[in-house]
Design a protein around this ligand. Structure first.
Ligand code: HEM
Length: 491
C-alpha cells in the first residue's frame, strides 16, 4: 500500500457498482471522506497519483485571482464522493460491460466542475485513478461520442506526463470537427472558435459581476467583448452554423458601469453560445480542465484553443492553395491565401485579451505547465512547413515531427511562375506577401506580450524565451518571395 494511503479497508465488500467503499483516506491535503475503488483482486487501484499540496491562491476572484468556478458552493454533486459515484454508476461493475452507460451520458459536467474547482493538478487522486481506469476499460470506440470520450479522458489523468495537446484538449476539438455528421471540418472549427470565445466572455462577465470595480477585470471583459464582435473575421464560416450576424451586437457601449458591462457580457456570450450546435457547445464545455483554480488560466487555455483553430484553418487554406496551384488555378490559390491572411490579420483582437494576463498568475500557470510548451503545436508547425522549406524550429522531447509530403507553397508557386509567367501569378504573390506580413506581425505581437509577461526568463519549451520568439518573428513565411518587385506590387 502506498504510504500516503492509510486506514483504507481493503477487505470489506459492498454490492455497489464499481465496488465503491466509503473509506477515510489519509492523503496529504485531502479533507473529504472519499470512496475508494478496488479491482476484482481486492488490490487498491487508487494510490498511484499523490495528492499535491496547492499553494495559497489569492483570495479575490477575477484577473490575478481565482476563477468564479473555484469559489462556487452552489453546484450539486460537487463533493469528490458525489462525482466518483457518478463515474462509478456510469462504468458499472467490473466484468459487466453491458452495464456501462452510453458515451453520451458520461458525467463530463460533474468531472469538469470538480477539476475547475481545484485545478487538474490538485484533483482528488481517487477520481484521477478512477478516470484512468475508465479509460483502460473502454472497448475500442465505434461511434463519435465514444471516440470523443476516449480522446478526452487522457487529459484528466495526465498530471505527470501531459503534453501541450492534452493540456488544451485539442484532440477532442479536432475529432469533433473532423467527424461531425453532415458538416465539413472547417465550418465546425469556426463554430468551435465562436463557442470558445463566447464561453470566455461569460466567464469574464461572471468574474466582473463578482467584483465590480476591479479595473483589470473590466479591461479584460471589454477586450473579450470586442473579440467576440470580430468573430466573423476570425471564423467567417461560423455565421451560418451559429445563425446570428456575429458582428452586429458586440460593440454596444456600456461606459464605466461594471455591473451593466458584466450583465451585457454574460447575456451576449450566452446568446451566442446558445445558438452554437449542442455537440459543439458540450465539447467546448468539456475542453476546460485548468491545472490551477486561477481565473487567468481559463483565459489562457481558451486563447490557446482559439489560436490553435486559427492555425488549423490556415493550414487547410494552404493545403488547398497548393492543390489549386498544382491544378494550374492561381485565382483559386489566391482566394485561399486571402482567407488565411484575413484570419491571421484578425488575431490582434485576441492578443488584446491575452495581454491582460496577470504576471503573478502566469508565473503560477508556468509552474503548473512545464513540459507543455506551444513549441509542440503541430498546426503551427504545419503552417510554417507547408509554406516553404525553412530552418528547423525549436522542439522538445514531446514535439511530434511534422512531415510535409509534396511541394511547399513556395515550391508550387515557383513551378507555376515558370509556366504561367509573372502576370498570371501576381495575385498569388500579393496574397502570399499579405499572409507573410500578417503571420510575422502575429509573431511579433506574441514576442511583445511574452516580454511583458515573463521578461527574459527561458520558456517552458527549453528555449531562451522572448529572445527566441523575436528571432523567429524575423524569418519570412515565404523567404523566396522577398524580392523588391513583388513587394512593390503588393503595396
Ligand atoms: C502570456 C502568454 C504567453 C506567453 C508568456 C508565451 C510565451 C512563449 C514562449 C516563452 C515561447 C518560446 C518557446 C518555449 O520555450 O516555451 C512560446 C512559444 C510559442 N507560443 Fe507562446 N506564450 C503565450 C501565449 C501563447 C498563446 C495564447 C499561444 C497560442 C497558441 C502561443 C503559441 C506559441 C507558439 C506556437 C509557440 C512556438 C513558436 C515558435 O517556435 O516559433 N503562445 N510562447
Amino acid at each position: 500500500m502506498s504510504p500516503v494511503f492509510r486506514g483504507v479497508d481493503v477487505t470489506a465488500r459492498e454490492e455497489k457498482p464499481f465496488r465503491l467503499i466509503a473509506t477515510t483516506l489519509v492523503v496529504m491535503g485531502a479533507r473529504e471522506q472519499l470512496p475508494s475503488d478496488r479491482d476484482g483482486t481486492g488490490r487498491l487501484a487508487i494510490a498511484r497519483s499523490l495528492a499535491r499540496t496547492a499553494p495559497q491562491w489569492p483570495p479575490h476572484v477575477g484577473v490575478g485571482g481565482r476563477s468564479v468556478h473555484s469559489t462556487r458552493t452552489d453546484v450539486p454533486d460537487r463533493t469528490a464522493r458525489g462525482v466518483l459515484d457518478r463515474v462509478a454508476r456510469w462504468l458499472g461493475p467490473p466484468g459487466d460491460p453491458a452495464a456501462r452507460g452510453r458515451a453520451e451520458a458520461f458525467p463530463y459536467r460533474e468531472v469538469v466542475e470538480r477539476y475547475r474547482h481545484h485545478g487538474r493538478t490538485y484533483a482528488d487522486p481517487a477520481l484521477v485513478e478512477a478516470l484512468r481506469e475508465v479509460h483502460a476499460r473502454l472497448p475500442a470506440p465505434r461511434t463519435l461520442p465514444e471516440r470523443l470520450l476516449a480522446d478526452w479522458l487522457p487529459s484528466t489523468f495526465d498530471q505527470d506526463d501531459g503534453d501541450y495537446d492534452s493540456y488544451v484538449n485539442m484532440p477532442v476539438l479536432e475529432r469533433l470537427a473532423d467527424e461531425y455528421p453532415g458538416a465539413d471540418a472547417d465550418t465546425v472549427h469556426d463554430a468551435e472558435l465562436v463557442a470558445l470565445l463566447s464561453d470566455l466572455l461569460i466567464v469574464e462577465g461572471e468574474a466582473l459581476a463578482a467584483d465590480p470595480g476591479a479595473h483589470p477585470q473590466r479591461v479584460r471583459t471589454h477586450a473579450t467583448l470586442q473579440a467576440l464582435a470580430r468573430a466573423a473575421e476570425l471564423a467567417p464560416l461560423a455565421a451560418g452554423a451559429v445563425g446570428v450576424a456575429l458582428d452586429s451586437r458586440g460593440g454596444r457601449r456600456i461606459g464605466r458601469d461594471d455591473t451593466a458591462l458584466a450583465g451585457w457580457a454574460r447575456l451576449r456570450g450566452q446568446d451566442v453560445l446558445d445558438r452554437v450546435p449542442a455537440p459543439v457547445r458540450r465539447t467546448v464545455e468539456s475542453a476546460m480542465l485548468p491545472t490551477t483554480p486561477l481565473h487567468d488560466e481559463i483565459m489562457f487555455i481558451r486563447s490557446v484553443q482559439i489560436f490553435e483553430i486559427v492555425y488549423r484553418q490556415m493550414f487547410r487554406c494552404l493545403e488547398r492553395a497548393v492543390a489549386a496551384l498544382l491544378d494550374g488555378d492561381p485565382v483559386a490559390a489566391a482566394g485561399e491565401l486571402d482567407d488565411a491572411g484575413r484570419r491571421v490579420a484578425a488575431t490582434p483582437v485576441l492578443f488584446r485579451v491575452l495581454t491582460t494576463m496577470s504576471r503573478p498568475a502566469f508565473a503560477h500557470i508556468r509552474a503548473h505547465t512545464d513540459g507543455r510548451s506551444a513549441v509542440q503545436s503541430r498546426a503551427y508547425r504545419q503552417v510554417e512547413r507547408l509554406s516553404a522549406v525553412r530552418p528547423p524550429a525549436a522542439t522538445d522531447a514531446r514535439t511530434a515531427p511534422v512531415v510535409i509530403t509534396g511541394p511547399t507553397l513556395q515550391e508550387a508557386f515557383d513551378a507555376r511562375l515558370a509556366d504561367l509567367g509573372p502576370d498570371a501569378m501576381r495575385p498569388v504573390a500579393e496574397a502570399m506577401l499579405r499572409l507573410d506580413r500578417g503571420w510575422r506581425a502575429m509573431k511579433r505581437t506574441h514576442w511583445g506580450i511574452t516580454r511583458k509577461i515573463i521578461g527574459s526568463v527561458p520558456g517552458t519549451g527549453g528555449t531562451s524565451g522572448a529572445d527566441y520568439l523575436k528571432g523567429t518573428a524575423e524569418i519570412p513565411l515565404f523567404p523566396g518571395l522577398h524580392d523588391a518587385a513583388w513587394e512593390r506590387a503588393a503595396g
